[in-house]
Ligand binder design. Sequence first.
Ligand code: SF4
Length: 421
Amino acid sequence: MKDGPNQFQRRRKVDLQAQLEAASRPVWRILNRVLLGHDVTQAQGTTLFQAQGADITAICATADSLRQKVNEDRVSFVVNRNINFTNVCYMGCRFCGFAKRKEDAAAEWLEPHQVAERAQQAWDRGATEVCIQGGLHPKMPATTYRDIILAIKARLPDMHIHAFSPFEVWYGATKMGLSYRDFLTDLKECGLGSMPGTAAEILDTEVRQKLTKNKLSAAQWVEIIRTAHQVGIPTTATIMYGHVDGPTHWAAHIALLRDIQRDTGGFTELVPLSFVHTESPLYTQDPKNVRPGPTSNEVDLMHAVSRIMLHGYIDNIQVSWTKLGPAHAQDMLFRGVNDLGGTLMNESISRSAGADHGQEITALELCQIIRAAGRIPVRRNTTYKVIDVYDDHDPAPLAPLVARQNKDPLDFLRMFPEASA
Ligand code: SF4
């Protein structure tokens, strides 16, 4: 085991004071108020998101200090599997590189029993969760969502089912002719455990018009999420950034999530999702007006300012290693992040959109990444209950479910061995 945490803690204390002193007065004032326990207003959030130079360093140090206060040196992850039961979708979201037409050679459809088989494989590899999402297939039976849950639960009653974005809930409820409340209540009774708060993108009508022609409006997303929380289905919260958006949108989005959380307490974590541009029609058809994903500073600020704005409301800030890759994801552990998400086993949405990181990082590899940052790896369940603390032992080694085509996710630790000293 490494003896890193104490060294990291000592350095951080000194650094925070020095970095606050180096910040501009407006940012210094906001950060001091935060450290005294005050909420950041939406306008102050915009100021933080617009930061440059020494201000960014001070914001990241403040976020790291809040993370330390709330989560201490523990960094969590969940052993799960992503299952995309179909990639057929006609919604035409312009940022999406995942959707196929049903006649396409690469179109996929899994019957509920096939989804359950994949869930069984995940269970046999120690997973406690399956994360299930799919396209909005025009011909899918209205009962598909409940059928998938029932098929998994019949085989694996203890598997946590984390499934169906608000867009899918909108689609399923519409197809069934049910209110969101009745549709979600039924899914919960079938065995749905929680929902991904994806399809949020940026909760702003003008931006959504450009991304998705506003097919699922911000108001509908909020209504579905609030309803899920009210019927006892917790959800994650997400933001997809780095395309046609900017600091004012980000601050408004995070403030809105905070308002929802204040009322419902139903968010388990925030997961910032950086826009992956390479295969995305939004970018490839209009590269002059669409940004190719966030800059490195914006990635830092998104994780750090989210931690700061959500302090006292959402305690878990997760980094998406599928979007950023393992090395960049590890950096975020110093910018307010306390969770590395899941092992995933298969992940195809980011890969379809051009990211080359999605597939699987095993529990043992996640532990190595976490320890190399001087933190203590913790295995959790979907709702952040601790399953195991790896302070003096390791998870069992396991070969990846799908043979890796790309490089070893731990290459960066071997290239810079001093990072794990
Ligand atoms: S983002 Fe989802 S809803 Fe939109 S086109 Fe892609 S698969 Fe369909």
